[in-house]
Design a protein around this ligand. Sequence first.
Ligand code: BDP
Length: 583
Amino acid sequence: MKSSFRFRIDLSGFWEFKLDPRNEGEPKEWFRGFDGGEPIYVPSSWNEQNPSWDKYAGIAWYQRRFYVPKELEGKTPWLVFKGAGYHAKVWLNGVFLGEHEGSFTEFRLDASKALKAGDWNLLVVRIDNRLSLDRIPPGRALNVTAFDFFPYGGIHRPVYLEFTSGNYIDELIVVTDHRGSLKVEVSVGGPRVECDVVVKLRDRLFREVFKDKARCVDGKAVLERKLEGIRPWSPEDPYLYTLHVELVVGGQVVDGVEERIGFRSVEVKDGKILLNGRPVFLKGFGRHEDFPVTGKHLPGAVLVRDYFLMKKIGANSFRTSHYPYSDEHLDLADEMGFLVILETPVCLSGLGRLLPEEEELRKWFKNPEILAKAKRMAEEMIKQHRNRPSVIMYSVVNEPPSHLEECAEFIKELAEHVRKLDPTKPITFASNRRSEDKALKYVDVISLNFYYGWYSEWGDIEAGVEQLKKEVEKVHALFPEKPIIITEYGAGAITGQHSDPPLMWSEEYQAEFLRRYTEELARKEYIYGLHIWNFSDFRTPETPWRTILNRKGVFTRDRQPKLSAYIVRKLFNSIPTFRDQSS
Ligand code: BDP
């Protein structure tokens, strides 16, 4: 939900920054303002902005001053963080405003009790990026994590101050279908008052194509209509409308928000994934938000390049592995017609390595606090992104040890929670447990990650492909009624490393691996998607089994093609988006 109506003060730019390795900032009241800060840029992770902060996964403080014009007195100020982490505590003018756990979702804090209009204000933020087993995703230390992406810290997405009236639009839920149904649900924040909600729909040329209004009842207004002559949204024609919603109190428009929406339907039926009633095939990548220097912040220009590269290579889809991406990232997916599997931050690939005692591992899943946290993170993710036409599916976990009953139970609960929050989208999770997985029965679409020919059968692509065929058939035989997506398959390639015959780590090995996998998998009629791991190389913790980067990118970290990009481009472009189309 965006708002051009609300007055906004952008707090991106240079801030002051100070590490707090002894955790002394709070007792020493750094929240009233601290000395000795050094410059840092927001939004971006802290690590690569200064080599001496690079390997720091601890507590650090940010501060900056800003002026608020007198005219804004009486408005309700909201401090909005689009993403900061892992854990953030926020003070304004020395007054504690609130805290938030989780790096990848937006949070907003009411700043009324501390903000001074017509004066300077001091904003101080304490970020705690320590790794621990009860955090999501879990870790023990900088280089000991349940995941292989680098645990960057800091305020890596934009921060701003936004002003509303006492009554404001708190939440907007939009549900459409490709035949022109539109359902808009508006929740109004602030004291209960008599109010109306005006809904306008504008097409791409900003012509108003629909306008109506609804009364609020108990702080909620609902409007449901069937519109004629609507142009549906699809990867081939990602047509967006802008939905404007105004809140009217006592005849005055007191708030306004807008959302870019598309009319599309998604459904899983008869073993197929249907988009607008047609069987659709997802071609694309697992991605990461990762870039040199900016860390977990992907600058707009990089995002634009990424989408053009993905288009050119014939992709129409990606998974937000392994956490919800930024609004800018997903705005472009809506605009460019990408089908997104939106994933929670519950990435558990290496949890078994952190908890080698099976009893401990089982206990982790039985901890109600961890489940509650995962649910909360899923809830925030859904609230932020549910209205996007690009988001067609939720992935609740990545690579859990779901051969264990306790873990399967955890996934069941999480999936049920997500389904209750948004029953309009299918649910999946990325499994690497194949037919041993005890949680596949709880999801609508089966997602599988495979690395035969890399982590096993290494150096032998053909042996890997044989194994792959066997395993995928086994899962299909167990769940013949469910569509399968291969959410990960890939091999590492160091740019410039060539070999004949194709040996591991060479560009040729990666290209051949992806060619053989893609060819074999694309012909299976029950497979509805292929996501290569990964779109681009990304930074990892330092371990003996990684070369600081995960090299499975088809593009390098600075977004140049490897040999495999040319192979994948041919393959992907020969697979039609809709399975009822011939190639
Ligand atoms: C899978 C994980 C992914 C890793 C990938 C790899 O889901 O996050 O980056 O393997 O090892 O286990 O490259």
